[in-house]
Write a protein that binds this ligand. Structure first.
Ligand SMILES: [Zn+2]
Length: 420
């Protein structure tokens, strides 16, 4: 049996064990907030112990443990591959809206039910098993593999991935990262947009509606300001050449639209501006003296936070009484890995062999922990189950997709660590 076939045999032989693990994991409440993942971490550590894989825990916050497990390949030094998934999940929301217990782990018609099964208990479990199988076949591998199972992803990663990269950089930085957040089987994500949140405060004289000539209206200023802010959507990004060439391809555009909705192929590559809240005015017959706007800008690769902030400052100057502040200062930039990186090739080829149509490389509209690696220049790629139902009521994941995602990651990692 070739080593490749040995890996495939392991993946197929243990399907029941894989489903059983995912089901038990789905039954552990890891809702964030509050984000207490201790029980889930115990569950993962018990699995690693059983597999005879060394691991350790970093818990800068006691109820937010992060697990690091590593091994070296038997064929000598080589590249260091890092696998990354998170334990915490979105909160349940309105419990009464759910048809079954959000922590049931029930299996029905090939789907496993529970909060967080899509984001991302399916993916984190897939990586854990892929890691264990690579460990069993480590004699055939060069280099090193590290699994990072983290907490605090849903609330920003400060105590999870960001903390590990800051404090255990040598162990977890690696040369390349695989992550299995929900992407949909038809796309592999090599980058993501970032968000820039601003609050605008407009303060003018105000007065009586019948005397508009005696005072200003903050709401009127806001209306004009909004028009100018929306024009920021027309900024042209300075995309890296390989990114532009990839995202220009018609099949990539089609896959983005299919996966993220009609219009996504353009939204992926431009700033989007959402006027999230407007609060202004006291009474219908008064000129509003104040208006406050909160605006969410999503930036694509090739447009920096600084460039947008400079543009906003210029605009704000033109509107009387207008000030603005950044709500989450120091946030990440939009980030992309090279879409022609070797790992992208492995993921696309391995997934293509199992799918009716070849998957395509795209950029994600939302954020994942992979940004922390990309910001350090480490290429990171995301491939996971369909995001449909993620964070909604009656969340459930397809078990066929669960096995598929595990297989693609295990085989792509295999290719990377055997230099194929
Ligand atoms: Zn997630």
């Amino acid at each position: 049996m070739t080593a490749d076939a040995k890996l495939l045999a392991l993946l197929d032989a243990e399907r029941d064990r894989q489903v059983d693990f995912l089901q038990r994991f789905a039954r552990i409440d890891t809702a964030n907030p509050p984000g207490d993942t201790r029980q889930a971490a115990d569950f993962f550590r018990a699995f690693l112990d059983k597999e005879g894989i060394a691991h350790r825990t970093e818990a800068p916050k006691a109820d937010n443990p992060n697990i690091i497990a590593s091994f070296d390949g038997g064929k000598g030094p080589g590249r260091h591959l890092v696998l990354n998934g998170h334990l915490d999940v979105f909160p349940v929301g309105d419990r009464n809206a759910w048809q079954r217990d959000p922590w049931s782990g029930d299996i029905l018609d090939g789907r496993l039910h529970g909060r967080g099964t899509v984001d991302m208990k399916c993916g984190t479990t897939a990586l854990l098993f892929a890691f264990a199988y690579l460990h069993r076949l480590r004699a055939e591998l060069s280099g090193r593999v590290t699994l990072t199972v983290v907490s605090d992803e849903e609330t920003g990663g400060k105590w999870g991935t960001a903390w590990l990269l800051e404090n255990c950089a040598k162990e977890v930085t690696g040369d390349c990262v695989l992550n299995s957040e929900p992407s949909g089987l038809a796309t592999v994500r090599f980058g993501e947009k970032c968000m820039l949140w601003l609050r605008f405060t407009i303060a003018v004289k105000g007065g009586h509606s019948a005397y508009p000539h005696t005072g200003g209206s903050a709401n009127k200023v806001a209306a004009a300001l909004i028009q100018d802010l929306l024009a920021i959507e027309k900024m042209t990004p300075d995309e890296p050449a390989t990114v532009r060439a990839t995202l220009d391809r018609p099949e990539v555009r089609a896959a983005a639209e299919l996966s993220l909705g009609a219009g996504a192929a353009d939204v992926m590559r431009r700033v989007s501006v959402n006027i999230g809240t407007i609060q202004g005015g006291v009474k219908i017959n008064m000129l509003p003296p104040d208006c406050v706007l909160e605006v969410d800008f999503r930036l694509p690769a090739g447009i920096s936070r600084a460039a947008v902030l400079a543009r906003v400052a210029e605009i704000a100057k033109r509107h009387p009484g207008t000030r603005f502040e950044e709500l989450l200062p120091g946030g990440p930039e939009a980030n992309v890995s090279d879409p022609t990186h070797e790992m992208m090739g492995h993921l696309l080829r391995r997934a293509d062999a199992l799918l009716p149509a070849p998957p395509q490389p795209i950029v994600s509209l939302g954020g994942t922990d992979t940004r922390f690696w990309r910001m350090k220049g480490v290429p990171a790629f995301v491939y996971g189950c369909s995001p449909a139902g993620m964070g909604g009521v009656d969340e459930s994941v397809s078990l066929a997709e669960f096995h598929h995602v595990m297989k693609v990651h295990a085989l792509a990692a295999w290719d990377y660590l055997t230099g194929r």
